[in-house]
Design a protein around this ligand. Sequence first.
Ligand SMILES: NC(=O)c1ccc[n+]([C@@H]2O[C@H](COP(=O)([O-])OP(=O)(O)OC[C@H]3O[C@@H](n4cnc5c(N)ncnc54)[C@H](OP(=O)(O)O)[C@@H]3O)[C@@H](O)[C@H]2O)c1
Length: 221
Amino acid sequence: MKLTIFAATGGIGRQALDQAVAAGHDVTAVVRNPKKLSAKVRAVASDLAAPDPAVLESAVRGADAVLSGLGPRTASEAGVAWQGTRAIVQAMKANHVRRIVVVSAAPIGTVPSPGRPKPPDHDPGDGFFMRNLFSPLIRVALRKHYADLALMEDVLRDSGLDWTVVRPPRLTDKPVTGTYRTAFGQNLRGGFFISRADVAHLMLRALGQPETVQRTIGIAY
Ligand SMILES: NC(=O)c1ccc[n+]([C@@H]2O[C@H](COP(=O)([O-])OP(=O)(O)OC[C@H]3O[C@@H](n4cnc5c(N)ncnc54)[C@H](OP(=O)(O)O)[C@@H]3O)[C@@H](O)[C@H]2O)c1
């Protein structure tokens, strides 16, 4: 496939890039700093906090699908996920590219946003520990980050595109296994970890699975 991968120098993005190249896909990588790229592919430089629409359009033109590992590296960068994704969506629409798979986070199903002002109090996949202890604490600690990801999900739901949102729990740097649980629209009971490599594996796998279109997917071991 012809793939455009945004944030291909991030933890998940780099894994997606390396796995896509190994699988023989024709990849364009859109990154802030092409010098950080781990593979020799067509590189497009763009700061997604202030993107040039023409640059993004050239990056997605002719793509079969778009993958994005975009997310704020710090609290002060929060906002980049939804604003950058909005710019990606606009570039895709302008070029009739329909398929996009992005990374969100496990708690986002319970985070209110303008598009989902009254989400459920608890994710149906979360057990006692997640619901009552971990999730409330982390939601306070990462409030800005999660608000950004919830808005990013709004952008995709409103886009009319063939989107898939992957919502991982705590990320690790362990190697790819290809062996993990997934669930549509909810988290995985007792699933506290997933490697960045396996999130990337699912993102690539989802491209061949039409049933993942317009769905959120929980993933964990
Ligand atoms: N950490 C966790 O345990 C966890 C759990 C669940 C979900 N998540 C979500 O998963 C996302 C991906 O995880 P990760 O480990 O791959 O994150 P990461 O390594 O921090 O990657 C974030 C990517 O976004 C890019 N980026 C940020 N601001 C940008 C900008 N203004 N313009 C262009 N690119 C920009 C970064 O580019 P540079 O390489 O140039 O910095 C990097 O490639 C996180 O951002 C978070 O939202 C994280």
